[in-house]
Design a protein around this ligand. Sequence first.
Ligand SMILES: Cc1ncc(COP(=O)(O)O)c(C=O)c1O
Ligand SMILES: N[C@@H](CCOP(=O)(O)O)C(=O)O
Length: 477
Amino acid sequence: MKYISTRGQSPALSFTEILLGGLAPDGGLYLPEQYPQLSDADLTRLRGMNYRDLAFSILSLLADDIPPADLRAIVDKTYRADVYAYARPEQNAEDITPTLKLEDNLYLLSLSNGPTLAFKDMAMQLLGNLFEYVLAKKGETTNILGATSGDTGSAAEYAMRGKKGVKVFMLSPHKKMSRFQTAQMFSLQDENIFNIAVNGVFDDAQDIVKAVSNDAAFKARNKIGAVNSINWARVAAQVVYYFKGYFAVTRSNTEKVSFAVPSGNFGNVCAGHVARMMGLPIDKLVVATNENDVLDEFFKTGVYRPRGSANTYHTSSPSMDISKASNFERFVFDLTGRDAAKVRALWSKVDQGGAFDLNEDGLFAQVADYGFVSGSSNHAARMQTIRETQAKYGVTIDTHTADGLKVALQVREPAIPMLVLETALPVKFEDAIQEALGHKPERPASLQGLEDLPQRFEVMDADVQAIKQFIVDHTAD
Ligand SMILES: Cc1ncc(COP(=O)(O)O)c(C=O)c1O
Ligand SMILES: N[C@@H](CCOP(=O)(O)O)C(=O)O
């Protein structure tokens, strides 16, 4: 299996060759040259597997240059009940991503039972172990540069803290994450972790990561690695739980299900798209946004119009305060029939601050063939959904999951099971839950007092040169 760039001007490489990096050298994103195809017999074989067996079966199709015994060991070390231990009392932590039935044909797919209480742990714990394995094999080190709106950062730092040969430089939007998210990251005192709070929004931080990734000489000299979902391995790891969710709520491969995905950078739902392209019987992929509704606008109109920092709102589902959805390029590459020249032309407009309209050449008409539908939410709807979910099902959900559920309820078809991806646990957004329910969500004993711990972070402007210098200063031997 080789990986190619959406911009078509980089050499095709294997999984381990692209593992540590982010963007391809031509500025594009990697995708498999061809998606592996699963037959009905394959699906029957996968049905009933536990998470580890399923993850190994699917990842061995995508990471086929890792010897099977090594991949097996990495997967077994990653997907353990004691790592994904925050399952609800009525759930079995051994399931790793258990489903929670709300009513007939309506489920939560619990993805946030890992160490940092967000779905990012599902991929990031694997990346931590994969990075360690590949770096040891190559005798190399890496300096990870990442951007976070609240969850990628802590998931990456918990996965990489104390790992030999790895330093993490994590950019976050200053004062725009929840108190819990901020404390989760900034209270880490590990010497290999550097938190940089950037004056700006998440997109400013993500732009810096991309600018550094596009500077080939700096990237090579300073061994820059990536853990954002521009890194293919993040998406690959997330493909697995779409299969797990599908098998959990169906009895035969003739049944279809839909997934509602709270979306920002389009990484999570892109993994659903990949699962569908591999042959998983998915009916709809529901893209749910918050007030930052660039993706909803696209799926409704065909116009992709990323917004600038001034028009990116700070909301009560802050991890989705994103206006430039990195992984959207992966989908558009498939939509154009993998026409890299077309993708280059579209993104040359985006990279200059512009927009594009896929109605112009008839491409938008084909979007429905990929199962995408969309909707958006806002603060009032989020509060109401949290209240109604508590009242009707006795389940507390976080603000991002509430956006997903709100849109799912609008678009679902009664006969088709709908799985709403639970992308974070409510305790991460205590103030919003307090506002919605009049009381705080339950907090595990191990996380009491998190916000009172001493914090270590730098505040910097969104200045690429200054960030590069910071990395150089903190990696000199
Ligand atoms: C809690 C939460 N929900 C949803 C999202 C959106 O996921 P994606 O960026 O993969 O679309 C994120 C972060 O991106 C998140 O942290
Ligand atoms: N929501 C994310 C931001 C997007 O990051 P990605 O790594 O998934 O691209 C966050 O919480 O940091």
